[in-house]
Each structure stands twice: as structure tokens, then as C-alpha cells.
Ligand binder design. Structure first.
Ligand SMILES: [Zn+2]
Length: 107
């Protein structure tokens, strides 16, 4: 199984780890969480450290979306960028609300 070192500045798939953030509670357990920027332009994507370390999370989700879409479309690049941009804007807005740490993070 792949093991990726997770530290600020680490490049894991399309993600670049920015910093560790407040831990995520899920199913009664506490997980280390990291803020990452994605190659597709998504900033402030929060994911579990364990998922990053195992190579289970390699993108903000754009990789999976593109793989699904690739079955139907070969060269839908412009359409893909447009739709993911609006999706990312929404996601970022949501994460800014959920994660007060984000206000300290500027590009
Ligand atoms: Zn992405």
C-alpha cells in the first residue's frame, strides 16, 4: 500500500498540503485533517491525513469527476473547467463557513 508523507508542502497526487487544521470528528473518532490546494484551482480543500497518507485522496474530487466523465466525453475540457469552477466556488464558500482557520490562509 502506498504511503505518502503528509507535511506542509507535500505533493500528493494533485494536492499540495498547505497545513494541518483542526481535527475532524467522524463516527465518534477524531482524525487529523489537512488543508490542501488542488491543481485544478480548488484551494482550502480539507481532508483526513490518513486518506492522504494512504493515497486514497489524490485530488479535491476533480480526478474522480473527470474519470466518470471520461467515459462519455473525450475532449470536453472547456465545459469541464466551467462546471468545476462553479462547483469549487460553492465548496470553498462552504468550507470558509465551516473552518474558521481559513481566514488566516491567503494565497
Ligand atoms: Zn481538484
Amino acid at each position: 500500500m502506498a504511503r505518502y508523507p503528509v507535511f506542509p508542502g507535500a505533493k500528493i497526487g494533485r494536492l499540495i498540503v498547505v497545513k494541518e487544521v483542526a481535527r475532524i470528528w467522524s463516527g465518534g473518532k477524531r482524525y487529523r485533517a489537512y488543508m490542501c490546494n488542488c491543481d485544478c484551482g480548488t484551494a482550502g480543500f480539507i481532508t483526513r491525513g490518513a486518506s492522504l497518507a494512504r493515497g486514497m485522496t489524490l485530488s479535491c474530487g476533480c480526478l474522480q469527476r473527470e474519470q466518470v466523465r471520461a467515459y462519455g466525453t473525450k475532449h470536453g475540457h472547456a465545459a469541464r473547467l466551467r462546471s468545476s469552477a462553479s462547483y469549487n466556488a460553492l465548496r470553498n464558500a462552504m468550507q470558509r463557513c465551516l473552518n474558521s482557520d481559513n481566514k488566516y490562509f491567503e494565497n
